[in-house]
Design a protein around this ligand. Structure first.
Ligand code: SF4
Length: 421
C-alpha cells in the first residue's frame, strides 16, 4: 500500500478540530458527507432528506425503499447504510448543522460588491452545502503537448511516474476507508499506457472494495472506452475545454481541435456522466469577453460542476514568461460564473492558492464557490505531478490539509450535504 495506515482514524481525529467563537462550545464532527433518509422514489430518482431539506439524487445502484438511509455524492446515491449507523452520524451533526447554516447566512447578508452578491446568490440557491472531493493523480505521462502544462510531452526535464493498477486501488481504498472521502477524482495525463483493461480493472477494483463516486480525469480517450467505464461504475468525467476561443485553443493545444473536445464532452453528457468542465484564466490573448464566453460555454454544455482556475506559468513551458492572473481577476470570475449560473456547483481550485496561499480558498468560497478538492495522491508521487509550479500542500501531510479544509468550512458555515441534482 502506498500510504502508511495509522493505528487511529484520521477523520475521527479531525472531528476534534475546535472552533473559535462563535461556536467554540461545539465540538466539530465533520466528514465529507452527511447521510440522508430516503423520503421519496420516482423512477431513478431518490428524494433524500437532510434535517428537513430534501435533495434529489440519482439511484443507479440500489433497490431502495422509503425510510432507508443513504450517502449521496454529486447527485448520485453511492452507499446505503443501516439506520443505526446513520443515526449515530446524524445525532452528532444535528446541532452543528443548524449552527453552520446560521453562520453561512450571516456571512451572506448585506452584500456590497460583486463577490458578496455572488455569495448571497449561492447561499439562496444552493444553501450551505459544499462538496469536498479527493483527487489521486496516478500518472504524469501525457501524449499531448499543451503549451501551458508542465507535464507536456516535450518537457524532458521532469521525472515521469505511473502508479500500478494495484497502487491506485490501494490509494483509493485508503482515501475512502481511512480518510473518509466519498468522491474521488482519478486524474492522469492523457496516458494510453492505461488501456481499457487497466482502466476497467481500476474502476472495478476500487468499487469492489468500497463505495464512492468515481470521477475520471483521463483526457480525450474514445467515447466507447468512457461508455465501458461508466458501465463499470464510474459516474463523473472531468474534461476542461480550456478556452472557448478556437484560435487560442489551436495555438495552445497543437494538433487538437476545440470542436472535437466539445463533441467529446457532449458525448460524455449523453452517456450520463456527471460533467465537470471549464477553462483557464490568464491565457495569452484571452480577453474579458473570452472569459464571459468561457462561462457561457461551460453552462451550455450542461455542466454539473464548473472547474476553472488561473494559469500558473510553468518555467519549463513556452508560456513561462506569461504573467499569472491576479487573485482579484480569478475571484471575480468565480463571482460572475455564480451570478450567471445561480444553481451551479463551482469548484474553488487549489491552483488559486499558488497566487494567494493564505486566503484563496476562503475568498473563493465567499465569492460563489461551493466545492473543494484535496490531493490524496500518495506522498512519493505527489510532487511529480508538476502541471504548474509551487503547487500548494506538497510538503504537508494529507491529514494536515484535511484538518485545515475542515476548519475553513466550519468557520464559514459550510456543511457536506450533497448538493443534489
Ligand atoms: S493539459 Fe492535460 S492534455 Fe495537456 S499536456 Fe497537460 S496533462 Fe496533457
Amino acid at each position: 500500500m502506498a500510504h502508511s495506515i495509522r493505528s487511529h482514524n484520521p477523520a475521527q481525529e479531525l472531528c476534534g478540530v475546535s472552533l473559535n467563537a462563535p461556536m467554540a462550545h461545539i465540538k466539530v464532527l465533520m466528514c465529507y458527507a452527511i447521510p440522508g433518509r430516503v423520503v421519496g422514489l420516482e423512477d431513478r430518482i431518490a428524494f433524500v432528506d437532510y434535517f428537513g431539506e430534501t435533495k434529489k439524487a440519482r439511484n443507479d445502484f440500489f433497490q431502495l425503499s422509503i425510510g432507508e438511509y443513504v450517502y449521496a455524492q454529486g447527485g448520485f446515491v453511492i452507499q446505503r447504510i443501516s439506520e443505526s449507523e446513520a443515526k449515530a452520524v446524524l445525532n452528532t451533526w444535528e446541532e452543528l448543522f443548524f449552527k453552520l447554516k446560521e453562520i453561512d447566512s450571516d456571512l451572506a447578508q448585506n452584500p456590497k460588491d460583486l463577490r458578496q452578491k455572488a455569495n448571497l446568490i449561492r447561499q439562496k440557491h444552493q444553501g450551505n452545502s459544499c462538496c469536498v472531493h479527493g483527487i489521486i493523480e496516478f500518472s504524469n505521462h501525457c501524449r499531448c503537448d499543451c503549451l501551458y502544462c508542465g507535464i507536456r510531452s516535450s518537457n524532458t526535464a521532469i521525472e515521469r511516474y505511473r502508479m500500478t493498477v494495484e497502487e491506485i486501488i490501494d490509494a483509493a481504498y485508503f482515501a475512502i476507508s481511512e480518510l473518509k472521502f466519498k468522491a474521488l477524482v482519478l486524474q492522469s495525463g492523457e496516458d494510453t499506457w492505461y488501456d481499457e483493461d487497466k482502466l476497467l480493472a481500476i474502476v472495478q477494483g476500487i468499487l469492489r472494495k468500497s463505495p464512492a463516486l468515481l470521477i475520471l480525469s483521463i483526457g480525450e480517450r474514445e467515447a466507447g472506452l468512457y461508455e465501458k467505464l461508466y458501465q463499470a461504475g464510474a459516474r463523473g468525467a472531468l474534461l476542461r475545454f480550456e478556452t472557448s476561443n478556437p484560435d487560442i485553443y489551436s495555438k495552445l493545444r497543437p494538433a487538437h481541435n476545440l470542436d472535437e473536445r466539445i463533441n467529446l464532452i457532449k458525448k460524455l453528457r449523453d452517456i450520463e456522466y456527471l460533467i465537470m468542465t471549464g477553462f483557464l484564466i490568464g491565457l495569452p490573448g484571452q480577453t474579458q469577453d473570452d472569459i464571459l464566453s468561457d462561462i457561457q460555454m461551460t453552462n451550455s454544455l450542461g455542466t454539473d460542476m464548473f472547474s476553472f482556475g488561473p494559469l500558473i506559468p510553468h518555467p519549463q513551458t513556452p508560456l513561462s514568461g506569461v504573467p499569472c492572473p491576479s487573485i482579484d481577476d480569478t475571484l471575480d470570475t468565480i463571482a460572475r460564473a455564480r451570478i450567471m449560473n445561480p444553481d451551479a456547483r463551482i469548484l474553488v481550485t487549489t491552483s488559486m492558492e499558488t497566487i494567494d496561499k493564505e486566503n484563496a480558498l476562503r475568498s473563493g468560497l465567499l465569492s460563489g464557490g461551493n466545492s473543494l478538492m484535496v490531493d490524496v495522491t500518495p506522498a512519493k508521487y505527489k510532487k511529480l505531478y508538476d502541471i504548474y509550479p509551487n503547487r500548494p500542500g506538497m510538503d504537508a501531510e494529507v491529514s494536515e490539509t484535511i484538518a485545515s479544509v475542515l476548519k475553513l468550512l466550519n468557520s464559514i458555515g459550510r456543511a457536506p450535504v450533497d448538493l443534489g441534482l
